[in-house]
Design a protein around this ligand. Structure first.
Ligand code: SF4
Length: 205
């Protein structure tokens, strides 16, 4: 019997940034810090303290454990705000927005809260320390579907243990795993594979 692996919520952000990064961290257990991750860890100190307080008339609960049996997820919300307008997760990022990576993460937190508390969670927030801006994220059906699809693909990665090819693009310049991933080399290897397929076997795609 195959045991379905539980997906860490943080894996969604890694996967959305780069599927290879997700596999290196969550399949191979590789982690390395760079200036961005160190900055992020520092910025999270207050969040990780677990203290609760009131802000903007709402109760803010910090470092809340989350899980979903339905979707096989577990992790933690940086903060969960509760008040008259319901419940919403808040994710803190020390830097700037990288596409929808944090949107997927905070939406996965909402799926957990909905299952745990049996309440609708239609939106959340991501706070970006770079521009010092709090961005509201609507949990639309499209975003929810994208989260479920990402969970499916990550679970497939974990079960197969395969390492996706390196895109070797602008994402790599800021990636903390660059020294372990060697994206330039894997890109060169793809060229060799194409050359062998083309010249030796005459069947390049
Ligand atoms: S260096 Fe590039 S390809 Fe490698 S994990 Fe990072 S972003 Fe992905």
């Amino acid at each position: 019997m195959t045991v379905e692996p539980v997906i860490p919520i943080s894996a969604l952000e890694h996967f959305a940034y780069c599927p290879r990064q997700c596999a290196l961290i969550h399949c191979d257990g590789i982690w390395a810090d760079n200036e961005h991750t160190v900055k992020g860890a520092r910025a999270h100190r207050r969040v990780d303290s677990g203290g609760h307080r009131r802000e903007r008339g709402r109760k803010v609960l910090r470092a809340i454990p989350l899980w979903s049996e339905q979707h096989g997820l577990s992790g933690r919300a940086d903060a969960v705000e509760t008040g008259d307008k319901g419940v919403c997760p808040v994710e803190y990022k020390s830097g700037v927005r990288h596409g929808r990576t944090a949107d997927l993460q905070v939406c996965a937190q909402a799926l957990c809260l909905e299952e745990m508390l049996d309440v609708p969670v239609p939106y959340g927030f991501v706070w970006y320390g770079g521009p010092r801006r709090r961005v509201r994220v609507e949990f639309t059906p499209v975003l929810r579907n994208d989260v479920l699809e990402a969970i499916r693909l990550i679970r497939g990665q974990l079960l197969s243990g395969t390492l996706p090819p390196a895109p070797d693009d602008s994402r790599c310049t800021q990636c903390q795993l660059r020294a372990h991933c060697l994206p330039g080399l894997t890109g060169a290897r793809r060229k060799v594979d194409r050359y062998v397929a083309d010249v030796v076997f005459g069947c390049a795609s």
